[in-house]
Design a protein around this ligand. Structure first.
Ligand SMILES: Nc1ncnc2c1ncn2[C@@H]1O[C@H](COP(=O)(O)OP(=O)(O)OP(=O)(O)O)[C@@H](O)[C@H]1O
Ligand SMILES: [Mg+2]
Length: 378
């Protein structure tokens, strides 16, 4: 959505491996003939900013609604804070530790942001005392609405309304906050604001579970993601791992004859002197980039930190690249590769037929990322 923001890798979750806050086991939901969620196994840990990703209709909202006990699974189990919510007593206790916006929060248009939050606090059975009043102001500050707290809700921008919703979900100091498409409908500035707020919540120790179909945006705020398609889990893992698995180094050569030599050296080294290399292949340059004679670049599948080492490796074999460029992975590509939608990207060069052949070279991103997936295809 906001393509102007440079891609940044979300910091790896410092608490990965911590307490499991939410686990789903074989979770399924059937609506007549529609399987909205199929045998889903999620694993959200304390400190995660966990992204539930997938296109429209992939089962994100259905999963979140089941987690919140708003609808019941057809099969499978949900554990919150270590116990199953099929136990009604535990469900009640667990839900008190969760703040959520899944349905559009209903605020009174003519009441101010502060008055609306006080109403939410009353509804949540928080005492109407000075402490609650202080908490309301604290939350308004946290979501950046303190200067506009006295304005009527109807005068708020969409981004401000969304932040008030998040504020409402935060009032009772939840251990887990669940946000369904928190940036839906926001302009790029609104997206940045909400993303910054989510980052702040995470730094404050709140575990966040959010859903989104905007992969680029999620990449910048989430530590872990699960990718859904038509109710099935395609992959689950650390964002940094998934991104590293689709990043690499691109090499251009002025003499096309160098292409197979370079790719051959890289593939050979992958199994021996450069164990950090996952493989190599050919790719067409992206639009606007330098097109070398012969029309192709060599891609070394490795962490971008090895760019200089790749250069040195080739130089040791008397091969000198005219261009060495880091190639950052992104979740969009990762998703397209996983869902087999790569064919939707513009068809590469007519020079395809002239592409040099290297046995074993990984030609696709899908090939490059295979093996980096924690949760397999369901
Ligand atoms: N109450 C319902 N009755 C019948 N089918 C439903 C119901 N709720 C959801 N579905 C179906 O279940 C599937 C998953 O829907 P869901 O809303 O969970 O997807 P989503 O990933 O949240 O999509 P979006 O990105 O559009 O919000 C869809 O095919 C949807 O039509
Ligand atoms: Mg939805």
């Amino acid at each position: 959505m906001d393509a102007t923001v440079p891609a940044q890798h979300a910091p790896p979750s410092a608490t990965t491996g911590g307490e499991v806050v939410l686990r789903t086991i074989g979770l399924s939901k059937q609506y007549g003939r529609i399987t909205a969620v199929n045998n889903l196994g999620l694993d959200v840990r304390q400190g995660d900013v966990f992204g539930l990703l997938g296109p429209n209709g992939s089962g994100k909202t259905t999963t979140l609604r089941m987690t919140l006990g708003l609808i019941f699974p057809t099969a499978g189990e949900i554990e919150l804070f270590g116990a199953r919510i099929s136990d009604t007593n535990h469900r009640r206790a667990a839900l008190k530790r969760i703040g959520a916006i899944v349905e559009q929060p209903a605020f009174y248009p003519y009441l101010s942001g502060r008055e609306n939050l006080r109403g939410v606090a009353t509804f949540a059975a928080m005492p109407s005392d000075a402490a609650t009043s202080r908490r309301v102001d604290e939350v308004l500050e946290l979501v950046g609405l303190a200067p506009r707290a006295g304005d009527a809700y109807r005068k708020y921008s969409l981004g401000m309304k969304q932040r008030l919703g998040i504020g409402a979900a935060l009032l009772a100091r939840p251990d887990l906050i669940i946000l369904d498409e928190p940036t839906n409908g926001l302009d790029p500035a609104g997206v940045v604001e909400v993303r910054a707020l989510i980052g702040e919540l995470a730094r404050g120790g709140t575990t966040v579970l959010l859903s989104s179909h905007l992969l680029h945006e999620v990449q910048q705020v989430c530590t872990r993601v699960a990718i859904l398609k038509q109710g099935n889990l395609l992959a689950q893992g650390e964002v940094s791992t998934l991104l590293a698995a689709s990043s690499g180094v691109l090499l251009g050569f002025t003499d096309p004859a160098e292409l197979p030599r370079a790719a051959g050296v890289l593939l050979q080294a992958a199994g021996s002197e450069a164990p950090w290399l996952r493989g190599a292949g050919y790719v067409p340059p992206e639009p606007g980039a330098w097109v070398p004679p012969g029309g192709w670049l060599v891609r070394a599948d490795t962490d971008v930190a090895h760019a200089a080492a790749i250069n040195a490796l080739l130089a040791r074999h008397g091969i000198f690249a005219a261009e060495v460029r880091r190639y950052e992975g992104n979740l969009e590509q990762y998703f397209l590769a996983l869902t087999g939608a790569e064919g939707q990207t513009p068809a590469p060069a007519p020079a395809q037929a002239a592409m040099p052949v290297v046995p074993g070279a990984s030609g696709t991103i899908a090939g490059a990322i295979a093996g980096a997936i924690e949760g397999g295809r369901a």
